[in-house]
Write a protein of this length. Sequence first.
Length: 578
Amino acid sequence: MLEQSKRWEQYPAAPIDFLEDSPEHPILLQILYNRGIQKPDQIASFLNGADAVQENPFLLKDMYRAVQRITRAIDKKETICVYGDFDADGITATALLVSALQKASAQVGGYIPDRVDEGYGLNVEAIERISQQASLLVTVDCGIRSIEEVAAARRLGMDVIVTDHHSVGKELPPALAVINPRRSDNRSTFASLAGVGVAYRLAQAVLRAVSHKSNAVISAEQAAEVEAELLDLVALGTIADMMPLVGENRSLVRRGLAQLSQGQRVGLFALMEVAGMQPASVDSTSVSFRLAPRINAAGRLSNAQLAYDLLRSDEYSRAYDLAAQLEAMNRERQQLTVDAQNLAEQQLGDVGSALPSILITASPDFRSGIVGLVAGRLADQYYRPSVVIEQGPETSRGSARSIDEFDITAALDQIGHLLVRHGGHSRAAGFTVANERYAEFVEALTSLAEERLAAVPDLRPRMRIDAEVTWDDLTWALQGQLARLEPLGQANDPPLFLLRGCRVRHAKAVGSGKHLKLVLDGYPGSGVLDGIGFGLGERFGGLSSDERLDIAFHLEVNEWQGRRSLQLNVQDLRTTGQ
């Protein structure tokens, strides 16, 4: 008998009058109701897509001040440096803002620090070099906690504009302008923007301001065209950074995916080609699993400048060469991740049912570009906050991934006096710790996790089931309705369905035993559907032919050798009748 491995919780049924008062498909309505989209105008806005591109960027705090300084730099032909981060969000944000400012006739260049040699965020040595050429420093996707570094830039005679989206510390950096949607004095409209989304709003504001000047180098119509052309980078960075795909982000990403599907950006077209993607079929899933990892591979293994150069390239042969290098790096990254995962699990040993409140593993053999991936895998596998640390000679750098029940950045804030630096979100964070404080840090973080998770009675991943369906519901017509929910991702997850009593016609473990492949039917003569359970290979031993199962799954389209078919992406399963 198979038992479910996760907590199954089903949303309550939507009211009958809600379902009957709308012409939309009842299963689609149930999903929308579950997501709090329950009024006719909300439904229409969500499905038809309000255009957030037209949102006023000047509503963000300090935007006027930032635009005034940038336009003054343009007029006086000062050199501007855009300082980014080495992940996909930071790379796309840097490429986007540099491109926009060049369209506005700025003298501007981009700078992305090296992950290994410089680490995350602003660093004084880089600022000293930059100050020899540039008088204005604009950060993207970093800087919100760089108090000392911003002060150093000012002492060197530079003005600094910080744009970021990470959590705000106890004080703001002493910059000329600090644009961060998480500032408490900002409208909540912008709260979930990625770093590239904040950079886009600044680009919009500058382009609009420049286009309305009497001696404009770009017309309002041309500025609007540039705004539209930049949306593919917004989509890529937002999805890669796993930001919520609701509200403003949903609108920006939807427009950006449409732009991306046209294949007009040379670098991304080349990257899609080496990844075996067709631009016309790009969606949020393919961006997340195929494009984003390749962009991130440069910063993880080498220098993110490679990916930045790809996004800025306008010559195809050069772009294809860069894309091929990223492809090779991504393959190396995959193997390194597997090796590091194995080492981490060896250190943790056979945790079995006696899981600690937090998993912490460290080694000098871990690479800083891989630790976040390994932490994420551990958190997914064991459903515990997970920390993976690269040990260095004097300091060690770690990456943490967490669960809903434990805000990892809030925890690091509480013990921040033990750290050199830290920052992040509720579910993901990075930090640097001096080795002489390492043991104290581990003890303090473990104590916090034990204290906060002790009150959680059933610490297993929770699945929220959107609707129970029958076998006959699983049609191409339903899939067409579900496609209207795109783009799917964080806070707009693929709908999760429950199907009871389907019969196992065939089952096997695939992918070296890691995954479970199923052939299922609903009743005699119903026809069959394939199911795939990634990471469920160990459940194969408990299955028997003709067994009846309850399955929690996403309905998806499988494309293989030119053939498209419906497939159940199985998230969990149990023997019927439990």
